[in-house]
Structure formats: C-alpha cells, structure tokens
Design a protein around this ligand. Structure first.
Ligand SMILES: [Zn+2]
Length: 261
C-alpha cells in the first residue's frame, strides 16, 4: 500500500503574537495532538512534540524569532502522540511519574491492526472516526518507512511537579498536576491571561479515561479542580481552543457520566 506524500508534514498557525499551534493533519484524529509554541524573552517553550514522524525542530526554529535562544520541550504526558520529537530538543521536562517512559518509550506501530483490541474498541466507542489502516493517511517523504516507526529515547533533563513555575522571562506559567488520563499528566496555567494549557486532561473532544495508567477517580478530582479555575481560554492537547462556558459543559458532562457530579 502506498500512501501519498504530504510535504510539509506539519501545519503551523499563529494564535496570537506569542503563541503558535503546530499540528499533524495527516495523523488520524485520535492521535493528532496539538503542539503549542510559546515565544518568550529569555527562552521559548514547546508544549508537546507530536508523533515524531517528521523532523519537528526545523519547523519550530523557523517560527522562533531567534532560533539561537534556548527552547524548552515540555511533555505534558508520555502517550505516543505527545513525545515523538522530544529527543530533538536539549531541554526536556516531564512529570516524575512519567520520566521512565520518556527515557525508554514503549514500542508503537503505525499499523492500526497492531493496536490492542480493547484499546481500539475504546477509541471507536469514545466517538472517534473508525481507525484507518495506518495511523496516518500520508507519509512525510516518498522513502518514509512506516514499519520502522519508533520513538527515540529522550531522557528528561528536568522534572516538574504541581506548583512549579515555567519562566520564559516575561511569561510565567504554573505547572498543574492533572492525573486521570495518565498518572503524570500535567497542564500549564498562565494566570495573567487566564489561559489553561489543558493537554489531555481537558480538550473539546472525546476524553480518554479508561485504559492502562488511567484513573477515573483521579480524573474526577482533576476535572473538579479545573472547574474552579478562573479560565478565559483553554488550549487542549487535541481539537480547537475553547472558552469557559464550553469548559464547564465538558466538565459537567463527564462528571455526570461518571456519577461524580
Ligand atoms: Zn494522551
């Protein structure tokens, strides 16, 4: 089977003068995660690094006004769609609960048939499109080898926990530990603008809460915590950004679904 070539692989979009969204339009929607790039005075911040199917660093450096400036790669958790290109960055932050996975990522296949049946069933039941033959509908180059896909180790150079601050000199955000979807799931809270980077704890699409390493009890506490934040905008790990009304709708929906309202 030959897939078409998609070049460029990544789509980039400026959301405001200092915030960029990078996506992989040719990855299946359930694995197509958002990467956010925040431009700072002393350093830039990349929140998540996608599937690692095509080199990401050149794309990030092309956006950065000063590619010589340090760039921090923060992995919000270590699912395959968030850590693929972490190894391309010198500074790599993650929560301690997921540091082992970042240092030695589990093998993963781009072939949908290789996805364990219970996981595949959960994806379909949670409302996502049927899986394609592969997790991609294109390749980044004609000589790309789908079966050689693997995530290179990217041992953390620093660990971040709840309450830690990410400081770009003129932009500071607080690390929120938001377990549930994964044990070391973190988000970022930029209080000054009321911006929440919700990662896979909260986004405007089917939330994934039942699988290996997931906990509905933890997820319930996480959603209740997010409900109380004075949020103005949420940039999630998947799907488009949304505001506080939608945030509360999503939270109330899942808490009711789980009998935890
Ligand atoms: Zn995830």
């Amino acid at each position: 089977m030959t897939l078409p070539v998609a070049d460029p692989w990544y789509r980039t979009e400026s959301l405001d003068p200092r915030l960029w969204l990078i996506t992989e339009p040719h990855v299946h929607p359930i694995f197509s995660a958002n990467m956010h790039l925040v431009l700072g005075r002393d350093a830039d911040l990349l929140i998540d690094s996608g599937m690692g199917i095509a080199p990401l660093r050149p794309v990030v450096d092309a956006i950065r006004p000063d590619p010589g400036k340090p760039v921090i790669c923060l992995s919000t958790h270590t699912h395959v769609d968030h850590i693929g290109a972490a190894h391309e960055f010198e500074t790599r932050l993650v929560h301690p609960a997921e540091a082992d996975e970042l240092a030695a990522p589990s093998p993963y296949s781009l072939k949908s048939a290789d996805i364990p049946a219970p996981l595949a069933a959960m994806f379909t039941e949670s409302g996502y499109d049927p899986l394609w033959d592969y997790l991609v509908d294109a390749v980044p180059s004609a000589d790309y080898n789908l079966s050689a896909y693997a995530i290179p180790p990217a041992p953390a150079t620093g660990l971040v926990e709840d309450g830690d601050m990410i400081d770009l000199g003129d932009w500071q955000a607080e690390v929120l530990h938001l377990p549930g979807h994964s044990p070391g799931q973190i988000g970022l809270w930029h209080e000054e603008s009321g911006t929440l980077f919700g990662a896979d704890a909260i986004y405007d699409g089917p939330l994934i809460f039942a699988g290996a390493g997931m906990s509905m009890a933890d997820y319930t506490a996480t959603l209740k915590r997010l409900r109380d934040l004075p949020v103005k905008i949420v940039h999630g790990g998947h799907d488009p950004a949304f505001g506080p009304d939608r945030l509360h709708q999503i939270i109330d929906h899942y808490l009711a679904l789980w009998g935890a309202a």
